[in-house]
Design a protein around this ligand. Structure first.
Ligand code: SF4
Length: 303
Protein backbone atom coordinates (compact mmCIF):
# COMPACT_ATOMS: atom_id res chain seq x y z
CA UNK A 1 0.00 0.00 0.00
CA UNK A 2 1.35 3.48 -0.86
CA UNK A 3 2.14 5.84 2.03
CA UNK A 4 -0.63 8.27 1.06
CA UNK A 5 -3.27 5.49 1.06
CA UNK A 6 -1.96 4.12 4.32
CA UNK A 7 -2.08 7.56 5.95
CA UNK A 8 -5.68 8.07 4.74
CA UNK A 9 -6.70 4.66 6.08
CA UNK A 10 -5.04 5.22 9.45
CA UNK A 11 -6.75 8.59 9.84
CA UNK A 12 -10.15 7.07 8.92
CA UNK A 13 -9.85 4.02 11.20
CA UNK A 14 -8.56 5.97 14.20
CA UNK A 15 -11.69 8.12 14.05
CA UNK A 16 -13.94 5.03 13.81
CA UNK A 17 -12.20 3.26 16.70
CA UNK A 18 -11.89 6.36 18.91
CA UNK A 19 -8.08 6.26 18.88
CA UNK A 20 -5.67 9.17 19.19
CA UNK A 21 -2.03 9.04 18.14
CA UNK A 22 0.54 10.85 20.28
CA UNK A 23 4.01 11.13 18.77
CA UNK A 24 7.34 12.32 20.11
CA UNK A 25 9.21 15.12 18.31
CA UNK A 26 11.87 12.58 17.28
CA UNK A 27 9.47 10.39 15.28
CA UNK A 28 9.68 9.92 11.50
CA UNK A 29 7.95 12.52 9.34
CA UNK A 30 5.11 10.14 8.26
CA UNK A 31 4.33 9.37 11.91
CA UNK A 32 4.23 13.08 12.75
CA UNK A 33 1.77 13.52 9.86
CA UNK A 34 -0.77 11.05 11.28
CA UNK A 35 -0.38 12.15 14.91
CA UNK A 36 -3.04 14.11 16.79
CA UNK A 37 -0.31 15.62 18.96
CA UNK A 38 3.45 15.90 18.41
CA UNK A 39 5.64 17.09 21.26
CA UNK A 40 8.03 16.32 24.08
CA UNK A 41 7.11 14.23 27.14
CA UNK A 42 5.59 17.13 29.06
CA UNK A 43 3.47 18.31 26.13
CA UNK A 44 2.30 14.76 25.43
CA UNK A 45 1.42 14.22 29.10
CA UNK A 46 -0.79 17.32 28.98
CA UNK A 47 -2.39 16.03 25.77
CA UNK A 48 -2.96 12.53 27.20
CA UNK A 49 -4.60 13.92 30.34
CA UNK A 50 -7.02 16.11 28.41
CA UNK A 51 -7.69 13.93 25.40
CA UNK A 52 -11.09 12.35 24.90
CA UNK A 53 -10.62 8.86 23.41
CA UNK A 54 -10.71 5.15 24.27
CA UNK A 55 -7.20 4.31 23.18
CA UNK A 56 -3.89 6.13 22.80
CA UNK A 57 -1.29 4.86 20.36
CA UNK A 58 2.02 6.13 21.68
CA UNK A 59 4.76 6.58 19.07
CA UNK A 60 8.17 7.05 20.63
CA UNK A 61 10.07 4.71 22.91
CA UNK A 62 8.47 2.45 25.54
CA UNK A 63 9.02 4.89 28.42
CA UNK A 64 6.76 7.39 26.63
CA UNK A 65 3.96 4.81 26.41
CA UNK A 66 4.42 4.00 30.11
CA UNK A 67 4.31 7.68 31.03
CA UNK A 68 1.12 8.27 29.04
CA UNK A 69 -0.46 5.18 30.65
CA UNK A 70 0.42 6.42 34.16
CA UNK A 71 -1.08 9.88 33.69
CA UNK A 72 -4.15 9.00 31.61
CA UNK A 73 -5.03 5.47 32.76
CA UNK A 74 -6.40 4.90 29.25
CA UNK A 75 -5.72 1.92 27.05
CA UNK A 76 -2.21 2.76 25.75
CA UNK A 77 -0.57 0.75 22.97
CA UNK A 78 2.93 1.05 21.52
CA UNK A 79 3.21 -0.26 17.94
CA UNK A 80 6.76 -1.69 18.44
CA UNK A 81 7.75 -3.30 21.77
CA UNK A 82 11.45 -3.22 20.89
CA UNK A 83 11.55 0.59 20.72
CA UNK A 84 13.36 1.04 24.04
CA UNK A 85 15.66 3.91 25.02
CA UNK A 86 19.15 2.43 25.58
CA UNK A 87 19.81 4.92 28.39
CA UNK A 88 16.91 3.40 30.32
CA UNK A 89 18.02 -0.18 29.60
CA UNK A 90 21.39 0.40 31.28
CA UNK A 91 20.24 1.74 34.63
CA UNK A 92 20.53 -0.67 37.57
CA UNK A 93 17.49 0.03 39.75
CA UNK A 94 18.66 -2.24 42.60
CA UNK A 95 21.89 -0.24 42.96
CA UNK A 96 19.94 2.99 42.97
CA UNK A 97 17.62 1.64 45.69
CA UNK A 98 20.70 0.70 47.79
CA UNK A 99 22.09 4.23 47.33
CA UNK A 100 18.76 5.69 48.39
CA UNK A 101 18.67 3.52 51.53
CA UNK A 102 22.26 4.36 52.45
CA UNK A 103 21.90 8.10 51.74
CA UNK A 104 18.43 9.17 52.85
CA UNK A 105 19.51 12.83 52.81
CA UNK A 106 19.49 12.73 48.98
CA UNK A 107 16.36 13.60 47.00
CA UNK A 108 16.12 11.29 43.98
CA UNK A 109 15.23 13.23 40.86
CA UNK A 110 14.65 11.46 37.55
CA UNK A 111 14.10 12.66 34.01
CA UNK A 112 10.55 12.58 32.78
CA UNK A 113 11.73 10.38 29.91
CA UNK A 114 12.96 7.66 32.28
CA UNK A 115 11.48 4.17 32.61
CA UNK A 116 8.58 3.50 34.98
CA UNK A 117 10.55 1.66 37.70
CA UNK A 118 13.00 4.56 37.97
CA UNK A 119 10.11 7.02 38.26
CA UNK A 120 8.62 4.76 40.95
CA UNK A 121 11.68 5.03 43.22
CA UNK A 122 12.17 8.76 42.57
CA UNK A 123 10.93 11.55 44.80
CA UNK A 124 10.18 13.72 41.80
CA UNK A 125 10.44 13.70 38.00
CA UNK A 126 11.59 16.68 35.95
CA UNK A 127 11.14 17.55 32.30
CA UNK A 128 14.43 18.62 30.70
CA UNK A 129 13.03 22.07 29.94
CA UNK A 130 12.31 22.78 33.63
CA UNK A 131 14.93 20.59 35.33
CA UNK A 132 17.08 23.49 36.57
CA UNK A 133 14.26 25.65 37.91
CA UNK A 134 12.43 22.77 39.64
CA UNK A 135 15.59 21.43 41.30
CA UNK A 136 16.54 24.95 42.38
CA UNK A 137 13.21 25.23 44.21
CA UNK A 138 13.43 21.86 46.02
CA UNK A 139 13.98 22.01 49.78
CA UNK A 140 16.71 19.39 49.68
CA UNK A 141 20.38 20.43 49.46
CA UNK A 142 21.48 17.04 48.13
CA UNK A 143 20.17 15.79 44.81
CA UNK A 144 20.84 12.56 42.99
CA UNK A 145 19.88 12.98 39.35
CA UNK A 146 19.29 10.03 36.99
CA UNK A 147 19.63 8.71 34.34
CA UNK A 148 21.55 11.20 32.16
CA UNK A 149 25.01 12.24 33.37
CA UNK A 150 25.43 14.99 30.79
CA UNK A 151 22.16 16.62 31.79
CA UNK A 152 23.00 16.03 35.48
CA UNK A 153 26.36 17.73 34.95
CA UNK A 154 24.68 20.67 33.20
CA UNK A 155 22.22 21.02 36.12
CA UNK A 156 25.03 20.76 38.67
CA UNK A 157 27.08 23.50 36.92
CA UNK A 158 24.04 25.78 36.55
CA UNK A 159 22.79 25.48 40.15
CA UNK A 160 25.40 26.83 42.52
CA UNK A 161 23.84 26.30 45.94
CA UNK A 162 23.10 22.55 45.82
CA UNK A 163 25.06 19.35 45.74
CA UNK A 164 23.82 17.69 42.52
CA UNK A 165 25.26 14.23 41.86
CA UNK A 166 24.59 12.27 38.68
CA UNK A 167 23.93 8.56 38.34
CA UNK A 168 25.83 6.86 35.50
CA UNK A 169 24.11 6.78 32.12
CA UNK A 170 23.70 8.97 29.09
CA UNK A 171 21.70 9.44 25.93
CA UNK A 172 23.75 7.45 23.44
CA UNK A 173 22.73 9.82 20.63
CA UNK A 174 23.55 13.21 22.11
CA UNK A 175 26.64 11.85 23.85
CA UNK A 176 28.14 10.90 20.45
CA UNK A 177 28.49 14.52 19.31
CA UNK A 178 32.11 15.58 19.67
CA UNK A 179 33.92 18.84 20.35
CA UNK A 180 35.88 18.27 17.11
CA UNK A 181 32.62 18.12 15.12
CA UNK A 182 31.56 21.40 16.72
CA UNK A 183 34.87 23.06 15.82
CA UNK A 184 34.69 21.80 12.22
CA UNK A 185 31.11 22.97 11.71
CA UNK A 186 31.88 26.35 13.30
CA UNK A 187 34.84 26.82 10.94
CA UNK A 188 32.74 25.79 7.93
CA UNK A 189 29.71 27.93 8.84
CA UNK A 190 30.95 30.79 11.08
CA UNK A 191 27.81 32.80 10.30
CA UNK A 192 25.31 30.16 11.47
CA UNK A 193 24.23 29.71 15.11
CA UNK A 194 24.66 26.21 16.51
CA UNK A 195 21.90 25.06 18.83
CA UNK A 196 22.42 21.83 20.82
CA UNK A 197 20.51 19.67 23.28
CA UNK A 198 21.49 19.78 26.96
CA UNK A 199 22.05 16.01 26.87
CA UNK A 200 25.24 16.70 24.85
CA UNK A 201 28.64 16.65 26.54
CA UNK A 202 29.85 19.72 28.44
CA UNK A 203 32.62 20.58 25.92
CA UNK A 204 30.03 20.53 23.11
CA UNK A 205 27.57 22.71 25.04
CA UNK A 206 30.35 25.23 25.79
CA UNK A 207 30.92 25.80 22.08
CA UNK A 208 27.22 26.13 21.21
CA UNK A 209 25.33 29.39 20.80
CA UNK A 210 22.44 27.93 22.78
CA UNK A 211 21.67 24.67 24.62
CA UNK A 212 18.20 23.55 25.66
CA UNK A 213 15.57 20.84 25.66
CA UNK A 214 13.59 20.13 22.48
CA UNK A 215 10.79 22.54 23.45
CA UNK A 216 13.32 25.21 24.44
CA UNK A 217 15.15 24.75 21.12
CA UNK A 218 11.85 25.14 19.21
CA UNK A 219 11.05 28.34 21.13
CA UNK A 220 14.57 29.76 20.78
CA UNK A 221 14.71 29.12 17.03
CA UNK A 222 11.32 30.80 16.52
CA UNK A 223 12.77 34.08 17.80
CA UNK A 224 16.12 33.87 15.96
CA UNK A 225 16.88 36.54 13.36
CA UNK A 226 19.27 34.21 11.48
CA UNK A 227 17.66 32.17 8.74
CA UNK A 228 20.30 29.43 8.54
CA UNK A 229 20.69 27.39 11.70
CA UNK A 230 22.66 24.27 12.69
CA UNK A 231 20.76 21.89 14.98
CA UNK A 232 22.46 19.51 17.42
CA UNK A 233 19.68 17.21 18.53
CA UNK A 234 17.87 14.17 17.13
CA UNK A 235 17.06 14.60 13.43
CA UNK A 236 13.26 14.21 13.92
CA UNK A 237 13.13 17.72 15.37
CA UNK A 238 13.99 19.11 11.93
CA UNK A 239 10.47 18.17 10.69
CA UNK A 240 8.94 20.22 13.50
CA UNK A 241 11.34 23.16 12.98
CA UNK A 242 10.78 23.23 9.20
CA UNK A 243 7.00 23.12 9.65
CA UNK A 244 7.07 25.98 12.17
CA UNK A 245 9.73 28.07 10.38
CA UNK A 246 9.24 27.67 6.61
CA UNK A 247 11.49 30.69 5.94
CA UNK A 248 14.50 29.21 7.78
CA UNK A 249 17.02 26.60 6.65
CA UNK A 250 18.12 23.90 9.10
CA UNK A 251 21.09 21.55 8.94
CA UNK A 252 21.98 18.76 11.33
CA UNK A 253 25.18 19.24 13.33
CA UNK A 254 26.24 15.60 13.04
CA UNK A 255 25.07 12.61 10.96
CA UNK A 256 25.12 10.52 14.16
CA UNK A 257 22.10 12.36 15.55
CA UNK A 258 19.63 9.63 14.66
CA UNK A 259 18.02 7.60 17.44
CA UNK A 260 17.36 4.18 15.92
CA UNK A 261 14.93 3.35 18.72
CA UNK A 262 12.86 6.45 18.07
CA UNK A 263 12.91 5.44 14.38
CA UNK A 264 11.79 1.83 14.96
CA UNK A 265 8.12 2.73 14.56
CA UNK A 266 7.11 2.86 10.90
CA UNK A 267 3.87 3.81 9.22
CA UNK A 268 3.30 0.09 8.53
CA UNK A 269 3.65 -0.67 12.26
CA UNK A 270 1.02 1.93 13.16
CA UNK A 271 -1.22 0.60 10.36
CA UNK A 272 -0.90 -2.98 11.70
CA UNK A 273 -1.52 -1.70 15.22
CA UNK A 274 -4.68 0.13 14.21
CA UNK A 275 -6.10 -2.49 11.81
CA UNK A 276 -4.93 -5.82 13.32
CA UNK A 277 -4.41 -4.89 16.96
CA UNK A 278 -0.64 -5.61 16.73
CA UNK A 279 1.70 -3.93 19.21
CA UNK A 280 2.13 -3.98 22.98
CA UNK A 281 -0.62 -2.93 25.35
CA UNK A 282 1.12 -1.12 28.20
CA UNK A 283 0.48 -2.91 31.51
CA UNK A 284 2.04 -1.60 34.72
CA UNK A 285 1.88 -3.13 38.18
CA UNK A 286 -0.60 -1.05 40.19
CA UNK A 287 1.82 -0.38 43.06
CA UNK A 288 4.62 0.73 40.69
CA UNK A 289 2.15 2.86 38.75
CA UNK A 290 0.98 4.68 41.87
CA UNK A 291 4.54 5.41 43.00
CA UNK A 292 5.53 6.64 39.52
CA UNK A 293 2.38 8.78 39.37
CA UNK A 294 3.34 10.28 42.70
CA UNK A 295 6.71 11.48 41.32
CA UNK A 296 4.97 12.90 38.23
CA UNK A 297 2.31 14.63 40.37
CA UNK A 298 5.09 16.07 42.50
CA UNK A 299 6.66 17.47 39.32
CA UNK A 300 3.32 19.00 38.27
CA UNK A 301 3.09 20.81 41.62
CA UNK A 302 6.52 22.36 40.99
CA UNK A 303 5.90 23.52 37.41
S1 SF4 B 1 17.26 10.23 21.83
FE1 SF4 B 1 18.51 9.53 23.54
S2 SF4 B 1 17.19 9.69 25.37
FE2 SF4 B 1 15.87 9.81 23.52
S3 SF4 B 1 15.22 7.68 23.18
FE3 SF4 B 1 17.03 8.00 21.91
S4 SF4 B 1 18.74 7.31 23.22
FE4 SF4 B 1 16.96 7.59 24.55
Amino acid sequence: MKDKNMIDEIIKIKEEKDIKILAHNYQNYEIQQIADHVGDYLQLIEAAKNIDCKTIISCGVKSLGETLKIVSDKNVIIPVSEAICPMNKKINIEELISFKNMHPQFTIVSSLNSQVNLKAISDICVPTSKAVEIIERLDSENILFAPDMNLGNYISKTIKNKNVMSWTGHCTIHDKVTKEEMINVKQKHPDRPIIVHVQCKEDVIKLADYAGSTSQIIEYVKNLKDNKVIIGTETGILHVLRRLNPDKKFDLLSPTLICMNMKKTSLEDVHRCITEGKGEVIEIDENVKLKALNSIDNMMKHL
